[in-house]
Design a protein around this ligand. Structure first.
Ligand code: DGJ
Length: 324
């Protein structure tokens, strides 16, 4: 009898205990979704659509790719899993058949066609990193599911690490590491954002990858990493007054604080303009764990400015009040 009472008290205590809602960013820590599962969305991006934020990223197993995951949020701290926006295919003749590698997914909304367009770096099954293709999928809804359209080398150029940047005039661009990652190129997307135009130019040839771009007023800022596989290295910042360049290398490391020379152990992936707040940007990076890619961690840090030069200072924790 006594034993039963103890068990029922314990049950009441356990079931009434809810994990406190996350209300801050904890760079480098394990980040759990609203179901209590570790968020699996690496090399990703965030968009704001229909009054919500959507986070997309690589869904990783220990090493392999499962597809592109999507999460939704009202506050950028708590993320609800929305499943896979795009899944690897059971069809062995598909480019995205199981065993392919999907990296750095980026989503952009096309106002004219009212479609969400997903771009990512695709490597074909069993070919290592030799295919070096950009790939495209499309959906009517932000969370998908996305329909796979195809993959290609933009204007015949190799395309590995990449990002998509949509400018104020709604022109969108693919910025991609090409020529065995030696060249960083930009290609303007077609009006429907489903392909690239022949407006395609080399920005510089500094052996960089992991491009992340933002625009403040009339200046474009580009953060990249060096090419050391999954290992962290020093970031650089380039600035330009046109997306086509010329891009000027900034004198200082944009990262500041302990471990800044190794980008705090991470690698850039995206720069998020905070919705409804002018000139507020969040720098997103991945701390890769090559022994178990699913366990890779996230770095989200605010971008700060000194004399109009952006920098990113390590913080163990912060929240959006920082921008006030
Ligand atoms: C570095 C890239 O930035 C990552 O996205 C991934 O492609 C790794 N290289 C693979 O080694």
């Amino acid at each position: 009898m006594m034993k039963l009472r103890v068990i029922s008290i314990l049950l009441i205590v356990f079931t009434s205990y809810t994990v406190p809602a996350q209300n801050k960013f904890l760079p480098g820590e394990v980040w759990k979704d609203t179901n209590g599962e570790v968020i699996n969305a690496h090399g990703g991006t965030v968009i704001y659509a229909a009054n919500k934020y959507y986070l997309f990223g690589e869904t990783r197993g220990r090493h392999g790719t499962r597809g592109v995951s999507v999460y939704s949020s009202n506050d950028l701290y708590q993320w609800k899993p929305e499943g896979l926006a795009l899944e690897t295919s059971a069809d062995t003749t598909s480019d995205i058949t199981r065993g392919c590698v999907m990296e750095r997914p980026k989503v952009v909304y096309n106002k004219k066609t009212k479609k969400y367009i997903l771009w990512f770096h695709l490597e074909l099954k069993g070919k290592g990193y030799a295919a070096a293709r950009a790939a495209v999928a499309m959906s009517d809804k932000p969370a998908g599911p996305y329909t796979y359209i195809g993959s290609f080398r933009p204007n015949g150029n190799m395309s590995r690490d990449m990002t998509i940047f949509k400018d104020k005039d709604d022109k969108a661009y693919l910025i991609y590491s090409s020529n065995e990652n030696y060249d960083l190129r930009v290609a303007q997307l077609t009006d429907d954002y489903l392909s690239v135009t022949t407006q395609d130019k080399m920005l510089f040839s500094n052996h960089r990858e992991a491009p992340a771009v933002f625009r403040k007023n009339n200046t474009y800022y580009l953060i990249t990493s060096g090419c050391t596989g999954w290992a962290p290295n020093k970031a650089t910042l380039h600035t330009a007054s046109s997306i086509w360049g010329p891009w000027e290398l900034a004198a200082n490391n944009p990262m500041q604080g302990e471990n800044a020379d190794l980008t705090f152990g991470g690698q850039s992936t995206y720069i998020l303009p905070v919705e409804n707040s002018k000139d507020k940007f969040i720098f997103l990076a991945d701390i890769w764990k090559p022994a178990d890619l699913a366990d890779s961690r996230y770095i989200w840090l605010p971008i700060q400015f000194k004399d109009n030069v952006p920098y990113i200072q390590w913080m163990n924790e912060w929240d959006l009040n920082f921008f006030k």
